[in-house]
Design a protein around this ligand. Structure first.
Ligand code: CU
Length: 118
């Protein structure tokens, strides 16, 4: 029985941590303005535990969000991000019970007067 399972690559995959399929905006995105929210899509249902924002020189800001059940997609509203490099740090519980975490780096371009013209 165990030998049979060991021979199946699928068994290994099923026991692995949940992983992030993609995020919106994507990691390393350069944005013209602060996004209203960040979406994290997992490959299988996971439980989002915490999300925080780190901007150079500023203390880490923990975001509050309604605790949700296991899901494959989480949308978290983010506060106005400062121009420059911002790190959205998230922690989640993988379906296999293990903690997983990641960072989405978002660079917000400085606002320019010209860009605001109608
Ligand atoms: Cu795991």
């Amino acid at each position: 029985m165990f030998a049979a399972l060991a021979m199946l690559g699928i068994a290994t995959t099923a026991l692995a941590h949940s992983t992030v399929k993609n995020t919106v905006p994507a990691n390393e995105a350069v944005l013209p303005a602060s996004p209203p929210a960040v979406v994290i899509n997992f490959n299988e249902p996971a439980r989002l535990v915490s999300v925080s924002v780190v901007h150079a020189g500023a203390p880490e800001r923990k975001l509050t969000f309604a605790p949700e059940a296991e899901a494959t997609s989480f949308t978290t509203a983010v506060p106005q991000l400062e121009p420059g490099r911002n790190e959205i740090k998230w922690r989640a519980l993988s379906r296999d019970g293990h903690p997983i975490s990641g960072t989405i780096v978002l660079t917000v371009q400085p606002a320019t007067g010209a860009a605001k013209a109608p």
